[in-house]
Design a protein around this ligand. Structure first.
Ligand code: AMP
Length: 462
């Protein structure tokens, strides 16, 4: 990241500058450099930016600045439930994270109140919280419930932000968003954030926005150079457990998120890790919200070392001490891979992302590689090699210890590790004696994989 512009140069109000300083933000990140002036200049914008890039502050800072400009004396807001800024998030976890960020940013400001509206929380408390809030962060379903029961009015909204629009569509929120768009139709600004500008996202943008400007900062093809990505082929679930416990003994591991494909799997894996003496806890969407909150809080405080989660945790968790993400079960959608690995390597740190795949998962791995346009380097750990002949890598000697100092600047992760001789790399696209993956990073020349058989697991219910 090139960080050159200070927040002062972006023309933000003093209390916001104080807050960014208190948070230790010395310079704006690239997404902030672009989005803050654009949002301050008005109009509608659609932004593609990667998770972990600082996009939350990129939209919160200009909007908070506008709220402060509209209330320069910081007068307390009247106790009506009529927010001027509305941020929509696809998941409760993300809504909580965005609210927490907003609260941190208004620490030195007066006259700004923030409320969070999301399912799974008591109605009464939320209804009293939204009275007098000028910025509301909400998940769509509960917001519409409250709007339908007239506990909140959206006709004073001046700016609407749709965060993680791609995920919104995945979760079936299109109609809800359109309803919210109608209810806040007199607003004068809409900002939409998404990992990509895929056609379905553009379609949504057209229905919500007026001739939006585009800011394209990231794509699925971003290299994530600060995250060392590794693939291990496994013969069975038992083999995956051995690989998992190998990685959990990595001395560089501070905290890890282990992703499971299903709710049941997340519980089973957490149970088995606890039985092995690990501090592990499960997180999935079927848990009561209060339990989800407690578990996330314990992760944030560093009391939970290993969180075993479904894709409910793939976005919105921002804990800088997560050093490792381990995909025990593969994501349903290739793009969720990018969100999962983005739980590590936050705010400029480095991270490690390990994917454990059974041979029948080949088509899913290929889909991830096609989505990211990058090969996933397969490696083996001595003593834990896959037995299936066709997948056997050409071995090189090494100690097999988990990689300690991955992620040298600029170089590919695989080549860094190869230099250390600690793990072996294998290009799974290459036929046994076939060509190596080319410099273009395009996974176009590999053999076609069949497989893709059902894993027999209950499929991903976040
Ligand atoms: P986000 O992409 O919004 O989830 O942000 C990722 C992380 O970057 C969060 O931990 C933020 O607190 C942090 N962050 C945001 N802006 C900055 C900045 N300008 N300098 C340093 N860290 C930042």
């Amino acid at each position: 990241m090139t960080m050159t512009i200070s927040f002062k140069e972006l023309g933000l109000a003093q209390p916001l500058l104080q807050a960014t300083e208190a948070l230790g933000y010395t310079h704006a990140t690239p997404v902030q450099e672009k989005v803050i002036p654009a949002a301050l200049s008005g109009g509608d914008w659609m932004v593609s930016s990667q998770t972990g890039s600082g996009k939350t502050a990129a939209f919160l800072l200009p909007l908070l600045n506008q709220l402060m400009a509209a209330n320069p004396n910081g007068k307390p807001v009247p106790g009506r439930a009529e927010p001027q800024v509305l941020v929509l998030c696809p998941t409760r976890e993300l809504a909580q994270q965005v609210s927490a960020d907003a609260i941190n940013l208004v620490k030195f400001s007066r006259g700004i109140r923030i409320a969070t509206i999301m399912g799974g929380m008591p109605y009464g408390k939320q209804i009293s919280q939204i009275k007098g809030a000028n910025l509301v962060v909400a998940t769509p379903g509960r917001l519409l419930d409250l709007s339908n029961s007239r506990a909140i009015r959206l006709d004073k909204v001046k700016c609407l932000i749709v965060d993680e629009a791609d995920r919104m569509l995945d979760l079936g929120f299109q109609d809800d968003i359109e309803a919210i768009h109608e209810l806040s139709s007199q607003r004068n600004q809409t900002l939409m954030f998404s990992a990509t500008f895929a056609p379905r996202i553009m379609q949504l943008a057209t229905s919500l926005m007026n001739n939006p400007g585009r800011i394209e900062l990231a794509s699925a093809q971003d290299k994530h150079e600060n995250i060392a990505q590794t693939l291990h082929w496994a013969d069975s679930v038992a083999h995956k457990h051995k690989l998992l416990s190998h990685w959990l003994s990595d001395p560089t591991l501070e905290q890890a998120v282990v992703f499971a494909s299903t709710q049941v799997d997340s519980e089973t894996i957490a149970d088995s890790l606890r039985a092995d003496g690990h501090e592990a806890t499960a997180l999935h969407g079927a848990m009561p919200q209060a339990v989800r909150n407690r578990r996330l809080q314990s992760l944030r405080k560093g009391q939970t070392r290993i969180l075993v989660a479904t894709d409910v945790a793939a976005r919105g968790i921002d804990v800088p001490t997560i050093t490792h993400v381990i995909n025990f079960g593969l994501p349903m959608k290739a793009e969720d891979y990018v969100h999962r690995i983005g739980r590590t390597g936050r705010a400029g740190r480095s991270g490690v992302a390990i994917t454990l795949a059974e041979h029948r998962d080949r088509s899913k791995i290929r889909a991830i590689e096609q989505y990211t346009q990058q090969p996933l380097q397969a490696e083996v750990i001595p003593g834990l090699e896959p037995q299936e002949k066709s997948r056997k890598p050409s071995h090189r000697p090494g100690s097999g210890r988990p990689g300690r100092s991955y992620g040298g600047k600029g170089a590919s992760n695989a080549s860094n590790r190869q230099g250390e001789g600690k793990t072996f790399k294998q290009n799974h696209f290459a036929k046994p004696s076939g060509p190596k993956f080319g410099g273009s990073g395009k996974p176009s020349s590999g053999p076609k994989f069949g497989g893709g058989k059902s894993s027999g697991h209950k499929r991903s219910f976040a």
